[in-house]
Ligand binder design. Sequence first.
Ligand SMILES: Cc1cc2nc3c(=O)[nH]c(=O)nc-3n(C[C@H](O)[C@H](O)[C@H](O)COP(=O)(O)OP(=O)(O)OC[C@H]3O[C@@H](n4cnc5c(N)ncnc54)[C@H](O)[C@@H]3O)c2cc1C
Length: 134
Amino acid sequence: MAISCIGLKPNPLEGLKTKNGWIVVDDFLRVKENIFAIGDCAYVSVNGEVATKTALEAERQAKITAKNITRLIKGEKLLRYKISSSLKKPTTFITLGRRRAILIYKGLLISRPMRILYRIRRSFIESFMKRYKT
Ligand SMILES: Cc1cc2nc3c(=O)[nH]c(=O)nc-3n(C[C@H](O)[C@H](O)[C@H](O)COP(=O)(O)OP(=O)(O)OC[C@H]3O[C@@H](n4cnc5c(N)ncnc54)[C@H](O)[C@@H]3O)c2cc1C
């Protein structure tokens, strides 16, 4: 079992519908007709699943929202969001000290071999940083 201790806490918000402090969005990640909220600030619940607050989710939500904004402008039907990492079946890499990591894939804990998992995680982060030039 892996217990997340990073404790994300949203800033107080007024005038928007929130759940546990996070902005509630619909299946298309909209707060209102042409207002979107994604990533850690959003409460994303689709088909009874709730999205985790992870980089994986934030990136996927950003990509579909970019498409949906274009569709909205063109008057086309919006794409419904599909959660990849949910609270029930999370997907995430967690570093454990130096050169060790575990992978939680769709709720399944993979803890061996830790050094190889660490290398995979590192290459993920490097490719992420390259893509976004951070
Ligand atoms: C310690 C820690 C470890 C984590 N490890 C993992 C992991 O291994 N894998 C994983 O998938 N996820 C991990 N996460 C979660 C992941 O980092 C977040 O889910 C992801 O970054 C959310 O992206 P976001 O764009 O919603 O928010 P953020 O990445 O937090 O981006 C928000 C941005 O808004 C800026 N900002 C804030 N207020 C203002 C303002 N008033 N004006 C202008 N800009 C502002 C901030 O500076 C920031 O750049 C971890 C999080 C933490 C805290």
